[in-house]
Design a protein around this ligand. Structure first.
Ligand SMILES: O=C(O)CCC(=O)C(=O)O
Length: 352
């Protein structure tokens, strides 16, 4: 199949009619981008950031939230959201399940066979590490075919509600498209889990997986962090970008700002326009099959795909066991996938 036929399969899912002629024109339209809603969003995030960082324990944060609720003009959405995170424990399995799963994977200890000291230092200092090529060419080829078929099958039904020009599929690793385990390394690769374990400790869980494919002429995103508010101190989330195609300088590599995970604020709170480039930002390139893991408070974003081909990527998102998850795994998991998974994988997914 030639490249144009492959691109044609993606148009409905990306919500566009054709690939634009001029690939370098920025196209960043989001459906709900009114000034009022952006202002409100930022104001809410600033309050949430302050509440979260008022203490480094949940008990302290709950006390801060109580004071806020009793103060002038408390916002219900802020109280509800923060309470959702710190008001109760959200792990489905007892924490001993993930402890024993990591033990079986050789990841009980932060010092393990899967990550070097340099890689750990990079995660701590820069907020990311490129683990290099972890998937074989054969695996990558099969994955591309799987994603392309799934995109064609769901077409416009899978259009993500805010991102024009980016074809997406949510929850890939727990859907029927992973019936045979082809996508298991996306959330179970020991080098990836070792990096997640280094940042979050043993009590981690999978909280989401998205296939993310910017079309030629699209894909630029504002700098953002993958968390609703700024977090000082202990991180809450880790994400990974699996390169299913080569990431090159011109096909929309991920950009990021090394060290920004330590700022304790989201980019929207600091930058006049998160779409602009900022001093010190870099882009991450690498051969297909590579995995870049980052502390998901790091400022980052997709860039414009200026090539004539797809830039396929798969994200794998992790959080702390006791926090809410971005996806309801028991609800969305395919039964065949569920039956196939063993206790270790289920522990990572935090399901019975
Ligand atoms: O795939 C990428 O390059 C980054 C995408 C991203 O940051 C996002 O979708 O939130």
């Amino acid at each position: 199949m030639d490249e144009n036929e492959v691109l044609a399969k993606y148009l409905p899912a990306a919500g566009i009619d054709r690939v634009p002629d001029d690939l370098s024109v920025p196209r960043t339209q989001e459906k709900d981008s009114s000034i009022k809603s952006r202002y409100d969003y930022l104001k809410r995030n600033a309050i949430l950031t302050k509440l979260w960082n008022c203490s480094n324990t949940d008990a302290g944060r709950l006390a801060g939230l109580k004071d806020y609720a009793a103060g002038p003009e408390p916002r219900d959405d802020v109280i509800k959201m923060m309470h959702g995170f710190i008001g109760s424990q959200h792990n489905r399995l007892p924490k001993t399940e993930i402890e024993s799963a990591l033990e079986q994977l050789g990841l009980a200890d932060d010092v393990n066979a899967f990550l070097s000291n340099d890689e750990k230092n990079a995660l701590d200092r820069d907020g990311f590490v490129n683990l290099g090529k972890l998937l074989s060419d054969a695996q990558v080829l099969k994955m591309r075919e799987r994603y392309d078929n799934e995109i064609e099958r769901y077409g416009a039904g899978s259009v993500h509600d805010v991102k024009i020009g980016i074809a997406r599929i949510e929850d890939t690793v727990v859907k029927s498209m992973n019936h045979d385990g082809l996508l298991d390394p996306i959330f179970m690769h020991p080098r990836l889990l070792s990096a997640v374990r280094h940042v979050l400790g043993v009590h981690l869980k999978y909280i989401g997986s998205n296939y993310h494919c910017p079309m030629p002429g699209y894909g630029h995103q504002g700098l953002h962090a993958d968390y609703m508010w700024g977090v000082e101190g202990a991180p809450e989330v880790v994400n990974a970008v699996w390169m299913i195609d080569d990431f090159t300088k011109d096909n929309g590599p991920t950009r990021l700002v090394p060290g920004s995970h330590r700022l304790g604020v989201t980019p929207g709170m600091k930058l006049d326009n998160p779409n602009d480039s900022v001093d010190g930002e870099i882009t991450i390139t690498g051969p297909a099959g590579s995995c870049m893991v980052y502390n998901a408070h790091l400022w980052h974003g997709g860039t414009q795909n200026c090539s004539r081909s797809l830039r396929r990527a798969q994200h794998a998102f992790f959080g702390r066991s006791h926090r809410p998850s971005s996806t309801d795994v028991p609800k969305v998991i395919d039964q065949e996938v569920y039956q196939r998974l063993g206790r270790v994988e289920r522990a990572v997914l935090d399901i019975e």
